[in-house]
Design a protein around this ligand. Sequence first.
Ligand code: SAM
Length: 300
Amino acid sequence: MTHRPGGPGHLSGIGATALGVAVLRALESRRPDRLFDDPYAQLFLDASTWPAGPAESFLRTMSEQVAVRTRFLDDALLAATRGEHAGGRPGPEAACDQVVLLGCGMDARAYRLSWPAGTTVYELDLPDVLAFKGAVLAEHGATPACRRVEVAADLREDWPRALTEAGFGPSRPAAWLAEGLLYALPPAAADLLLDRVTGLSAPGSVLAVEHMEDSPLLRSARADVSRELVDMWQGGPAEPLGEWLTKRGWIATVRDLTEVLAEHGRTAPPAFDPAHPGSGRGRLATALVRVTSQSFSRGA
Ligand code: SAM
């Protein structure tokens, strides 16, 4: 991918995948029955020369997945910042006034969601990705709907330090987001990511996650875009998502993508439909570090 002459920047490699998601969010935003409205997605595309978008087969495979996951995760993060249990179960959860978008890419939630007053959204990604994004948003005079803090960091390095130096408070509950990220990590890197998130999560913290199993149909759709996109898939957690989270003390609610699609009246594409040979499962999860009465009385 190259950027348009005079535009704010150039993205390649893993960072360019963020623009692929923006293509899908821009498409969903044009639908009359859209599940969210992300006007920023098109701005990012206009600032790059993502020529005709990814291959048609990739768009067909991924458009409903991205639409539904975006809405599910919007709802989960807003619920966490309002102090509602993200899995829908009532509980004495403290509202999370800090949100961390891990590998945020072109995620424009800091701008497009109605955050409770006092919310800080930390956007963590590689420096070139944040530079591109920041330049586009500045060019259009976009104003965040929260306090937005950029954290330019590599998730393979000491990002917890960069995050806390940027003002994140590990003693207060946080809402975390891992979207479009886990499958790009080898199992050990996914474990390290979760261990670090867990280590920074006070009681009441919520983690919202999206994950996809690789499958022959998904691989073939990615191959239609590029060899690089095929190779980027590293699988993510070695265990089922629920076990992976529960083992580390999270109370997890894992949904199958097909259920969430059906709730929104959307049909599962073959790559995520278990009835189709060569399909795999998509998952959406929220998980909670339970607030104990003890942690409440300490005011944690
Ligand atoms: N979460 C965003 C969304 O769903 O719109 C972006 C998803 S995009 C597929 C993956 C993002 O993860 C990219 O923005 C990429 O730069 C970021 N990422 C991948 N590896 C990373 C690393 N080692 N450190 C920081 N960010 C990384």
